[in-house]
Ligand binder design. Structure first.
Ligand code: NAP
Length: 263
C-alpha cells in the first residue's frame, strides 16, 4: 500500500518547500490548502520532476465543517498517511483590540484548532498502527509573549507546548512528534498578515523557505524534538529563558513595534 505525507499549507512558502524537499526524497504527497489551481499545478510539477504520486485537496481548514469533510474523505479513501505536516498558519499584526475579530478568530481556528484536530484524527490512526510521524510548525515566536502580535505568538506557544507534550505521549505508540520553530522566513506570510517587513529586509535572521525545508527534512529523519533552523534563531529562542519575563515582554514589544503598520 502506498504511503503519503499530508502537508497543510502546501501552496506556498515553507509548506511548498517542504513538499518539494519530501518529493525529492521519493515521498508520495497529499497537499492541502485553499487555492485549488495552485495545488493542481504544484502536484503536476512535483509528479513530473520526482516521479512520485501527488494528490491534493482544496480545503479551508479554518472552517470546522470543511475540515470535517476533509477528514471524512481521508477516512473513506483509507490512504495510508505516515507523515502529517501541520504547516498552514496565518498571522495578524497590531494591537489585539484594534483588529477585526473575524481575523483573530480565523487565526485561532487555523493555527490552533485545525492543527489540534488533525493531530487527533490522524494521530489516533497512527497510534493504532504503531508507527508514523507528525511535524507541527510553530515559530521562534512560540518561546515568548509577543505584544503587537499577541494572538499569533500565543498560538505558536500552544503549538510548541502541545507538540512537546504529544511527543512524550505518543512515544509509547511508536509515533514520532517534532515541532519546527522557524525564525523570519521569506514567504507570503508577511504580506498576508498585512505587516510592514522593511525592518527585516536586510536582516541576517531572514532565511529562505528552501533552507528551512532542507534543515527540517534532515532533522525529521533523526526524529528531532524541536527543530530551530539557523544558529541566530536558536539564540533568539534561548535568550528569553535567561531574562526576567517583564524584560522579555518589553524587548518583544519593541522588536514588534513596526509590524503593525500596514504595508
Ligand atoms: N514566514 C515566516 O517568517 C514564518 C516564521 C515562523 C513560522 N512560520 C509559520 O510557517 C507556516 C507557513 O507559513 P509561510 O511562511 O510559508 O506562509 P505562507 O507563504 O503565507 O503560507 C501559508 C500557507 O497556509 C495556507 N493557508 C492559509 N490559510 C489557510 C486556510 N484557512 N486553510 C488552509 N490553508 C491555509 C496557504 O495557502 P492558501 O492561501 O492556498 O490556503 C499557504 O499555503 C505558518 O504556520 C507560519 O506561522 C512562518
Amino acid at each position: 500500500m502506498s504511503r503519503y505525507a499530508l502537508i497543510t499549507g502546501a501552496s506556498s512558502g515553507i509548506g511548498l518547500a517542504l513538499a518539494e524537499a519530501l518529493a525529492r526524497r521519493g515521498r508520495n504527497l497529499i497537499l492541502v490548502a485553499r487555492q485549488r489551481d495552485a495545488l493542481e499545478s504544484i502536484a503536476c510539477e512535483l509528479t513530473q520532476r520526482f516521479s512520485v504520486e501527488v494528490l491534493f485537496r482544496a480545503c479551508d481548514l479554518s472552517q470546522p465543517l470543511r475540515l470535517s469533510g476533509l477528514l471524512h474523505e481521508l477516512e473513506e479513501s483509507a490512504l495510508h498517511i505516515d507523515l502529517l505536516v501541520n504547516n498552514a498558519g496565518i498571522g495578524t499584526a497590531g494591537a489585539y483590540v484594534t483588529q477585526d475579530w473575524a481575523c483573530e478568530r480565523q487565526l485561532i481556528e487555523l493555527n490552533v484548532l485545525a492543527l489540534a484536530r488533525l493531530c487527533h484524527a490522524i494521530g489516533t490512526v497512527m497510534a493504532g498502527q504503531g508507527s508514523g510521524q507528525i511535524l507541527n510548525v510553530a515559530s521562534v515566536a512560540g518561546f515568548q509573549p509577543g505584544p503587537g502580535m499577541s494572538n499569533y505568538y500565543a498560538s505558536k506557544a500552544y503549538v510548541l507546548h502541545f507538540s512537546e507534550g504529544l511527543r512524550e505521549e505518543l512515544k509509547a505508540y511508536g509515533v514520532g512528534v517534532s515541532v519546527l520553530c522557524p525564525g523570519p522566513t521569506r514567504s507570503g506570510f508577511f504580506r498576508r498578515a498585512n505587516m510592514d517587513v522593511n525592518a527585516l529586509q536586510g536582516s541576517k535572521l531572514m532565511m529562505n523557505a528552501e533552507e528551512v525545508a532542507l534543515i527540517t527534512v534532515r532533522a525529521l529523519a533523526k526524529n528531532r524534538a524541536i527543530i530551530i533552523p539557523g544558529w541566530r534563531n536558536r539564540l533568539l529562542a534561548f535568550c528569553p529563558r535567561l531574562a526576567p519575563r517583564w524584560l522579555v515582554r518589553r524587548i518583544s514589544a519593541r522588536l514588534n513595534r513596526h509590524f503593525g503598520k500596514p504595508v
